[in-house]
Design a binder for this molecule. Structure first.
Ligand SMILES: NC(=O)c1ccc[n+]([C@@H]2O[C@H](COP(=O)([O-])OP(=O)(O)OC[C@H]3O[C@@H](n4cnc5c(N)ncnc54)[C@H](O)[C@@H]3O)[C@@H](O)[C@H]2O)c1
Length: 442
């Protein structure tokens, strides 16, 4: 249960987060470039006073329990209901918040008048039916990423959102992560020049399998491994990073090519364990996306390449292209260390490697930056998830929709699904006209 100390901490963190952002981007500029934060200025935060959002968690597996732990530290949230159709997970969640009423049938739970908002943390194939039912039941709704398993489902959710007065959020926590917001704001202010390319990757060394107590539960527990319930590495991981890529570019790529394979984990799974995709923006910029789960050497990251510098958003650091050349002796040592003599001809100007002088990073945030190894399927600390769920609870109280969150998730999910199509059909796939929504700029 929450303690006074923890409660105060989250409240202060959220206020400090907004204050820090105002400092970097300067009030109104921030609100234009990060429109979803318009609802969370310090003034608006103080408006909610002692009110509480009465929320239900639908899907109390690992991500559901992670949100519960954050919600217990948020003063304007009260967990009133829990729903899961797998008893061990329902019990584990109930142990965390024993006062919450428990359900096994989510439709029954949606009938309750005591619930203002529903937080959906179920496998991807359940997102669309649950979001649509929750909105139809008049509940403010938060759903984990990705938006849905199919393009038609995404479109149906978007249409429902247009016609509801309820609040709808998706679990895209980078939208509330200080280092991303500041880093992207610096990119947009021209710090690294024109964007000429984007490289995203997510590498892990983990089979993604969970232990199954009896064989008939395999597809339920290991839902991530099967196409009927998962989009694999794209919808599980790439969705976050493609959203960042679009945020940097302020537009959406119009086509994608790629290859996907099962290279290592040949254990009966259906989804690829190794993918490589290239997304093409109309102005020629390409986002390359690589992910595999049998080598973690490279971790995760998004590098935005500009003609004057490079921003590494996950690490919260950037580098400039023009670095003072190192003195001759240092170049020599550097070359010996890197053993470049064997490959670079020792004659004429070409013998000096372009990056002979070691580039020093500059930091987006003064002090410690929280980075994640990306190894967990549950969630990381200080990655924006707590601010995001706190913001949702605030919206549940005020009824104010946060701008663009639905559209950000719609576009990145669509790109994941198109990436999967490109890999399965082994061809270039264009963003289909029938799924273009007015918000998207190509
Ligand atoms: N934003 C992030 O960084 C992040 C991180 C991890 C997971 N996720 C997302 O969270 C969601 C859940 O992932 P997870 O790892 O917690 O999965 P999980 O398997 O641990 O939990 C899912 C839970 O949903 C329950 N469930 C399934 N169908 C149900 C139904 N019809 N009615 C009631 N309960 C049902 C399952 O029994 C299970 O307890 C996924 O969409 C995943 O992509 C997001």
């Amino acid at each position: 249960m929450s303690t006074d100390k923890n409660t105060k901490q989250v409240d202060l963190e959220l206020r400090q987060f907004i204050k820090n952002l105002g400092y970097i981007a300067g009030g109104t500029a921030l609100l234009i470039t990060v429109p979803w934060l318009q609802s969370f200025t310090t003034d608006k935060l103080s408006e909610i006073k002692n009110e509480k959002a009465r929320v239900a968690i639908l899907g109390t597996g690992s991500r559901g329990q992670y949100h519960i732990l954050n919600l217990l530290r948020i003063p304007h949230a009260e967990i009133v209901a829990l729903c899961d159709n797998y008893p061990p997970n329902l019990k584990a969640a109930s142990d965390l918040c024993p006062k919450a009423k428990t359900y096994t049938d989510y439709r029954k739970m949606l009938e309750s008048k005591d619930i203002d908002g529903v937080i959906i943390c179920t496998p991807l194939n359940w997102h669309a039916p649950m979001v649509l039912d929750s909105l139809a039941a008049g509940k403010h709704t938060f759903c984990e990423k990705s938006m849905a398993l199919t393009m038609d489902e995404c479109k149906a959710i978007y249409e429902a959102y247009l016609h509801t007065d309820r609040v709808l959020y998706f679990g895209m926590q980078r939208l509330f992560d200080e280092k991303y917001i500041k880093g992207l704001s610096m990119i947009h202010s021209g710090l690294i020049g024109d964007i000429v390319g984007i490289r995203c990757h997510w590498f892990r060394n983990n089979d993604w399998r969970r232990p199954v107590p009896s064989p008939e539960l395999e597809r339920k527990i290991n839902w991530r491994l099967y196409w009927e319930s998962s989009g694999g590495l794209t919808t599980e991981l790439a969705t976050h990073q493609l959203e960042v890529s679009n945020w940097a570019m302020k537009r959406i790529p119009e086509s994608v090519v790629g290859m996907g394979d099962i290279v290592f984990w040949k254990d009966g799974r259906e989804v690829y364990d190794s993918i490589s995709l290239t997304y093409h923006y109309r102005n020629g910029v390409k986002t390359t996306y690589e992910s595999l789960i049998s080598n973690k050497f490279n971790g995760l990251g998004e590098q935005v390449l500009g003609h004057k510098g490079t921003m590494e958003l996950e690490k919260g650091q950037y580098f400039f292209e023009d670095v003072a050349p190192a003195p001759g002796i240092l170049q020599l040592i550097n070359n010996v260390e890197k053993r470049v003599f064997s490959t670079v001809p020792i004659a004429g100007p070409s013998w000096v490697p372009e990056t002979a002088s070691k580039q020093k990073p500059h930091y987006v945030i003064e002090g410690m930056v929280h980075t994640t190894s990306g190894g967990s399927m549950v969630g990381a600390e200080n990655d924006g998830s707590d601010n995001l769920i706190s913001a949702f609870c605030q919206s549940v109280i005020t009824g104010e929709k946060a701008k663009d969150i639905v559209e950000e998730c719609y576009s990145s999910t669509m790109l994941c699904l198109l990436g999967n199509q490109a890999m399965k059909e082994q061809r270039k796939v264009d963003f289909p006209d029938e799924y273009k929504i007015p918000h998207l700029k190509f």
